[in-house]
Write a protein that binds this ligand. Structure first.
Ligand code: COA
Length: 465
């Protein structure tokens, strides 16, 4: 039968009510002898209570914030098979050295108030160059960094791990864990009581560092400071949607890797809109909503055919251009959870009604979160239309490795000068915002492309030529 062992708080000397500041195990965890189970903190010192045996935690009887004293029950451990036999014969397991250890620790802590910050055994994960240029919080010349890391609150009694020099508050186990990973604790934001750094904080920091796009690691881009906004007022933290979490790194990568230029232009769509309205009823009879977007797709396909390098990607070697003989256009769709970009294939081979129907179907699938991965792949160009919402212009981010994207804002009736008749006349003008990769498309070609597109939209007959 499995043998159970109760683990209690050891002799902690003069301290009769000590705070539990960390619980490092949970039921079901396998533990080894000397593995810390909880961290206690008195006014002067902190101490980890290790497991005296190997086994499995069956029950944890304390929680963070509890006050305990010598003899308080911490946990019940089911002793591991082999250890069980040994435990039956061996003298009572080594209890933590209690008061002696605690007072030793306190002495060491007081001494460490004068010490340098804990550098650990391993070299810390190097913060990016820009971080290194920032004076360290411990540097005598450091500016006040309290906006970047919450200072330990004045509890009236210094806890063991806080130094007046702002040494991060963390238990010995967390310090050891950080040292093993090479993490500099002064870079880690503590989420525990009094800003204490927990093991989860260290893990979170490492994950965050690993998730940094490669181009930002050492790329000279200063990271955003970690600010505790609750210092300024009430806040609420909510997770980003899955779509935004996935799209974010792609947008960031494009923004950082592609030298963007945005060319603004306007297309006179007075005639196009009149034509669309005249055809709308006939399309509706076929169950199709004839949208401006369908005309934009058709005109873009033609413009891409005429400007093949806009329908391309830079080869990874940066020395060749991959021209695509197909014209697949991504359409940005605004969904409740963020932006999705379904792709309409072979736009140049489809009629306007077909494009309108397919766009509506894909947008509906996107909003119902039913798009298949292959329906979002293979685009050679993208259109982002915010015309249904409003605005006059914007600077869309290229969906790399494509080399260009067309942003469309809301068409407005505007006075245009008619040179032949020497008068202003009202025309429906559609704002175009064309972002392009300046390594592939130069400024003159960017302007030629939007002029050409505006010409096609201004007179649809040109598409036929
Ligand atoms: N100027 C004036 N009116 C416009 C317009 C424009 N550029 N574009 C659309 N409209 C009108 C439409 O004609 C429609 O009016 P109607 O019902 O009277 O015909 C209305 O605005 C709503 O259009 P919308 O629902 O946007 O349809 P759409 O076919 O134009 O666009 C999507 C479809 C999927 C592109 C669009 O719904 C969408 O999601 N846009 C957001 C894209 C986005 O978030 N981009 C940001 C990326 S950075």
């Amino acid at each position: 039968m499995a043998q159970m062992q109760d683990i209690t708080v050891p002799d902690i000397g003069d301290f009769d009510q000590v705070d539990v500041v960390e619980v490092l195990v949970k039921p079901g965890d396998e533990v080894q002898p000397e593995q810390p189970l909880i961290t206690l903190e008195s006014e002067k010192a902190s101490l980890e209570v290790p497991s005296p045996v190997a086994g499995m935690i069956k029950e944890v009887l304390v929680k963070v914030g509890d006050k305990v004293h010598e003899g308080s029950l911490i946990a019940r451990v089911e002793i591991a098979g082999q250890a069980q036999a040994e435990a039956a014969q061996a003298p009572p397991p080594d209890q933590p050295k209690g008061a002696e250890e605690l007072s030793k620790a306190a002495t060491k802590a007081e001494a460490s108030f004068q010490d340098k910050p804990d550098q650990g055994d391993a070299p810390p994960i190097e913060p990016p160059a820009e971080d290194r240029s920032k004076p360290s919080a411990e540097s005598p010349t450091a500016p006040s960094t309290h906006a970047e890391r919450k200072p330990p609150p004045d509890t009236g009694h210094p806890a063991l791990d806080i130094s007046p020099h702002g040494k991060p508050l963390a238990s010995p186990a967390v310090r050891k864990f950080a040292r093993e990973l090479g993490v500099d604790l002064s870079q880690v934001h503590g989420s525990g009581p009094h800003g204490r750094i927990t093991q989860a904080d260290v893990q979170g920091y490492v994950k965050q560092q690993l998730a940094r796009p490669a181009s930002t690691a050492g790329g000279g881009i200063p990271p955003m400071p970690q600010i505790d906004f609750s210092r300024f007022g009430e806040i609420e933290t909510m997770p980003l949607s899955r779509i935004k979490r996935r799209a974010g790194p792609n947008l960031h990568r494009s923004w950082l890797n592609i030298p963007h230029v945005t060319q603004f232009d306007e297309a006179d769509i007075t005639e196009l809109e009149a034509f669309r309205k005249s055809e709308r009823k006939a399309s509706e009879a076929r169950g199709i909503k004839l949208t401006l977007l369908a005309f934009l797709l058709e005109a873009c396909a033609r413009a891409l055919r005429d400007f093949p390098h806009v329908n391309s990607s830079l080869a990874p070697d940066g020395e060749n251009l991959i021209l695509k003989k197909y014209i697949h256009i991504g359409v940005a769709v605004d969904t409740e959870d963020g932006l999705l970009v379904p792709v309409i294939r072979d736009v140049n081979r489809k009629g306007i009604n077909e494009l309108a129907r397919e766009t509506a179907e894909l947008a509906e699938l996107a909003r119902a979160r039913k798009l298949k991965p292959e329906q979002m792949q293979g685009a050679s160009f993208t259109i982002s239309s915010l015309g249904g919402i409003g605005g006059t212009a914007f600077t869309p981010i290229i969906n790399g490795p494509e080399v260009a994207i067309l942003g469309v804002s809301r068409a407005r009736m505007q006075p245009q000068w008619n040179e032949q008749e020497n008068r202003f006349e009202p025309r429906l003008m559609l704002p175009l915002s064309f972002s392009y990769d300046h390594r592939v498309i130069d400024g003159a070609d960017g302007a030629r492309f939007t002029r050409h597109l505006a010409g096609l939209l201004g007179d649809l007959r040109r598409i036929l030529l």
